[in-house]
Write a protein that binds this ligand. Structure first.
Ligand code: HEM
Length: 531
């Protein structure tokens, strides 16, 4: 199946996987810059520290992903990677306060198109890629459980037969069990806080922070400090029992960079794709070379604007200095409807490179640029279809990107979001959580009789009303406003729903801040006659 716009779920999963852009609006792209192997403790609750939290969260979530998946039972097909972990945190087998924090962070990251379970699976892909491991293929479509699953997480004091049986129930044979434990324990530590009978501080499973075969090479050459091997009380030496359970045959096979990377990619893919019976995962999410990131009608300083953002990927090594990108569009109403007379053109978009890159992009040696158009339009013309032309400036001529000839379109222009009247203001703390007041300004076509106008912000909802001190006129539109106190996590994302006499219009969720940054610079526009 090939990609065709609009595919909002694919777009959301693709952005999260490759750009590290969370559906709750938080940019987790910094994951790619770090392979943090120690949980240094929960950072104080400031906005800037959220990024740091994510860095180790993705890593901690790696453990959580296994713990979540461990509820799978091959006999009846129940359990698996289904985010049931949220209901299981009070179990002894899920010990570890840091882990609870990381799960709550990830809980907030899910949204309309992405389940919590998909975010947990992504944590594994990110965590491994950020630590220079393989890029595990990722599919979306996991479904969230509504209650706890059956217990199944192995614990160090259990004997070998017990562990073999637990992994068998999860769908892994003995060799796969050894692989999974080695691949999991190449990252991270055992903490005194959680396991005082094993360590009296924090001890790494191996000496290298990266995702590599040191976990098995150190074990095989006898230099290992792995707490689950060298612990004095041998009852707790579960890694030792597991690795030696086939006389080291499997760990020996894993003892090279290539075989470790290849085997771990396969076994971890199997782990994140272990889902309850009946859940069907989608195709692997591939990086889109050409992607429409955003398209909406909006306004600034009384000017109606058609805002569109195109994303183009490139190899990090290829520098394209002479690339030009133009946007073409047709009017939706008036005497030039659907380009009956003229085609509109916007040029010189604002070009941006990502800051910073997501882990999976770095691992793939890829980067991207976005091209933001802000074309001034008027309410009597609006926008129907649009498309792009890209010229790399290398003599090969312009290339049309028109969504496989069906072109892109603006979903609706009835209710529009006005970024300049939208703000989040720090309001204080509630139970150690930051609280912001979020004010949202929208404009609605004056011709519509509005019965109810709602906006949604993460899990919150509020009604918008005409503001007392309305901003300057916007021809063809009237303003509506509301303020909502909420505990945001990352950067808020919003969408509107408007009930008029007869029809309900809903717009797509958008990131407030993403969009704010892009406004202000209008694109030069021109027209050519339709031939
Ligand atoms: C018999 C099976 C297993 C046992 C007994 C076991 C036991 C443990 C223990 C005791 C810790 C220390 C946790 C802490 O101090 O908070 C740990 C950490 C960890 N385990 Fe396992 N584990 C097993 C299998 C796995 C598997 C299959 C994976 C993933 C594929 C995995 C991934 C991890 C990771 C990434 C950490 C480090 C977490 C961190 O640093 O925060 N483990 N494990």
């Amino acid at each position: 199946a090939s990609y065709h716009w609009p595919s909002p779920q694919y777009d959301a999963l693709e952005a999260l996987l490759y750009e590290g852009k969370s559906p709750s609006g938080f940019n987790a792209g910094n994951l790619g810059n770090n392979c943090v192997t120690r949980n240094t403790g929960r950072a104080p609750p400031t906005k800037s520290s959220i990024a740091a939290e994510w860095t180790y969260s993705s890593f901690l979530v790696f453990t959580k992903a296994y713990h979540d998946m461990a509820t799978h039972n091959i006999t009846d097909g129940t359990g698996g990677l289904d985010a049931s972990i949220f209901y299981e945190l009070d179990r002894a087998e899920n010990i570890g306060a840091g882990q609870v924090n990381s799960v709550i962070d990830f809980q907030n990251a899910a949204q309309k198109y992405i389940s919590h379970a998909d975010v947990i699976a992504l944590g594994v892909v990110w965590g491994v890629a950020a630590c220079s491991g393989p890029v595990i293929p990722f599919r979306g479509g996991r479904r969230d459980a509504l209650s706890a699953g059956s217990p199944g997480v192995p614990e160090p004091q259990q004997d070998l037969a017990d562990h073999i049986e637990k992994f068998r129930l999860q769908g892994f044979n003995q060799e796969e069990m050894i692989e999974l434990v080695a691949c999991g324990h190449t990252l991270g530590v055992v903490r005194q806080l959680d396991f005082p009978e094993i360590v009296n501080t924090e001890v790494d499973f191996d000496r290298t922070p990266g995702f590599d075969h040191a976990i098995v090479s150190e074990y095989l050459d006898g230099s290992t400090r792995n707490p689950l091997v060298v612990v004095a009380n041998k009852t707790l030496a579960s890694d030792s029992r597991i690795f030696f359970s086939d006389r080291n045959a499997t760990v020996q096979k894993l003892n090279s960079p290539e075989s470790f990377s290849r085997t771990c990619s396969t076994i971890l893919e199997k782990m994140i794709n272990t889902v309850p019976k009946g859940v069907i995962l989608g195709e692997p999410i591939i990086l889109l070379p050409v992607k429409l990131v955003n398209a909406q009608i909006t306004a600034n300083n009384g000017q109606l604007i058609f805002n569109a953002v195109l994303r183009l990927t490139k190899k990090k090594t290829t520098v394209t200095t002479s690339r030009t990108v133009n946007m073409y569009w047709c009017d939706a109403i008036g005497d030039n409807v659907n380009c009956s007379k003229r085609i509109n053109i916007a040029s010189s978009p604002v070009e941006r490179s990502p800051d910073p890159l997501g882990a999976v992009l770095i691992a793939r040696g890829l980067s991207y640029n976005t091209y933001t158009f802000n074309a001034p339009i008027n309410a009597q013309a609006s926008v129907s279809q649009f498309w792009f032309e890209v010229d790399e400036g290398n003599g090969s001529g312009p290339k049309v990107h028109d969504n496989d000839r069906s072109r892109y379109f603006v979903a609706q222009d009835k209710v529009i979001h006005i970024p300049s009247g939208t703000s989040t203001v720090f309001a204080g703390y509630i139970n150690n959580n930051l609280v912001y007041n979020t004010t949202v300004l929208a404009a609605v076509r004056t011709s519509l009789e509005v019965k109810l106008l709602l906006f949604f912000l993460i899990n919150h909802m509020a009604e918008l009303v005409a503001p007392e001190d309305a901003p300057a006129m916007l021809h063809g539109y009237s303003f509506y406003q509301s303020t909502l106190p909420l505990k945001p996590w990352g950067e808020p994302i919003l969408n509107f729903e408007i009930l008029t006499s007869g029809v309900t219009y809903t717009d797509e969720p958008r990131y407030i801040t993403d969009f704010d940054r892009n406004l202000g610079q209008l694109s030069p526009i021109s027209t050519v006659p339709t031939v």
